[in-house]
Write a new protein. Structure first.
Length: 387
């Protein structure tokens, strides 16, 4: 509503415009004029209710479908599968029919409580008395961590919707994630344990993989995509440009940024030894038997520390040979632990590990930083005693 002009008798004239649109490359609209401000406001209220825009009518399910098709489809296959699962299993069943414009923090809180009462299927693997692998499906309550992943997906979806003009709601930004227990603390290996794990490898390629993971902090997907041209043997660094997705295709790193990673001495020594014996004319540092990137088969194991079985591939055989139930990601923790003890700050460690934010780094390695602070305080007290 706007004041058009003042008439000769001194009375104002008001107008209400609605149904803005473009016709023949011109913006046009419907308009009605009123002498009474009260009448103009009453008409505006009625016409607004009667001509609710298509944006306000969009449901969460419609926005989710558009988000998955237009935005998520450009992400890695793992990310696509994860987001689709969040949408299909937890977002659409409760929120799908609701209009985005009518979402409120209270609605989202109700949805979060609903998720905590839902069961989700969990596949378990056991062995019968003959040693045969049995796969069974069990059900467990949805915990806060899983519910918060769905909440993060909803918030990302609504923010994308605002960026493309499909919704204006900020309900998810005003809502809060569910409180959850602290993440599992980092469990770094000692250099002796890293050496034991490497000694349990049957192949020089795999022992080199262990050393590089422990002394460069690279993720599994980044190790699988690593090429010889990425390694600067003089500067003892890796120029990390790519990673591997679940379909064994190269993609950008998890953070979406390239980074230069310093490699500690044991990792560089292992790389130099492996370079002398690695297959010629293959760009990949850690190729499989066909010359392609390693697959998830490398990870296969029977979940025990008993004798080697047919279910054990590289990871399973290495575990049983070295006697350590190790995980590849814990080797990454080893690199972070050494750097923290050496005095690196959280901002630098974030860059070297390729985290998106320092919050991720502190959440994962906060206790290691606290231990270093205590050690520094002890050294300061020792120095103070000599002054």
């Amino acid at each position: 509503m706007a004041l058009i002009s003042t008439q000769q008798d001194g009375r104002p004239l008001y107008r209400v415009r609605w149904n803005y649109r473009r016709e023949n490359d011109r913006e046009v609209f419907d308009e009605r004029k009123f002498r009474s401000k009260t009448e103009a406001r009453a008409f505006e209220k009625r016409i607004t209710a009667a001509t609710t825009s298509s944006t306000e009518r969009i449901t969460v399910a419609q926005l989710a479908d558009a988000w998955l098709e237009l935005h998520v489809s450009n992400r890695s296959l793992r990310t696509q599968k994860d987001y689709r699962a969040q949408v299909d299993l937890r977002i659409k069943p409760f929120l799908g029919a609701k209009r985005c414009s009518r979402l409120t923090p209270a609605t989202i809180a109700e949805w979060q409580r609903w998720m905590l009462n839902q069961e989700r299927s969990v596949q378990t693997r056991t062995r019968d008395e003959n040693g045969r692998l049995l796969r069974t499906k069990a059900y467990a309550k949805t915990g806060p961590a899983v519910a918060n992943k769905s909440f993060a997906a909803l918030r990302a979806m609504l923010r994308w919707g605002r960026s493309v003009g499909m919704t204006e709601t900020r309900a998810a930004d005003d809502a809060r994630p569910l409180p959850q227990s602290s993440p599992a603390p980092a469990r770094p290996y000692t250099p002796d344990e890293v050496a034991r794990i490497a000694a349990g490898c049957e192949l020089l390629r795999d022992s080199t993989l262990v050393y590089v993971a422990a002394y460069s902090g690279l993720r599994w997907s980044e190790l699988c995509a690593l090429e010889w041209d990425d390694i600067d043997f003089d500067a003892e660094t890796i120029d990390l440009r790519r990673s591997l997705d679940i379909d064994r295709r190269t993609k950008s790193t998890k953070s979406g940024r390239e980074r230069i990673v310093p490699v500690l001495a044991p990792g560089m020594t292992a790389l130099r030894d492996w370079r002398e014996q690695a297959p010629a004319n293959i760009d990949l540092v850690f190729p499989d038997e066909t010359g392609g990137p390693l697959s998830s088969n490398w990870y296969r194991h029977d979940r025990t520390m008993n004798d080697v079985t047919s279910d054990d591939r590289n990871l399973g055989r290495i575990r049983k040979a070295c006697g350590i139930h190790f995980e590849m990601h814990q080797l990454r923790d080893t690199y972070a632990s050494i750097l923290i003890q050496s005095g690196i700050g959280d901002a630098e460690l974030t860059l070297w590990l390729g985290h998106r934010s320092t919050q991720t780094t502190v959440r994962r390695y906060g206790k290691l930083f606290e231990k270093r602070k205590a050690s520094l305080a002890s050294k300061a007290n020792e120095l103070l005693a000599t002054l």
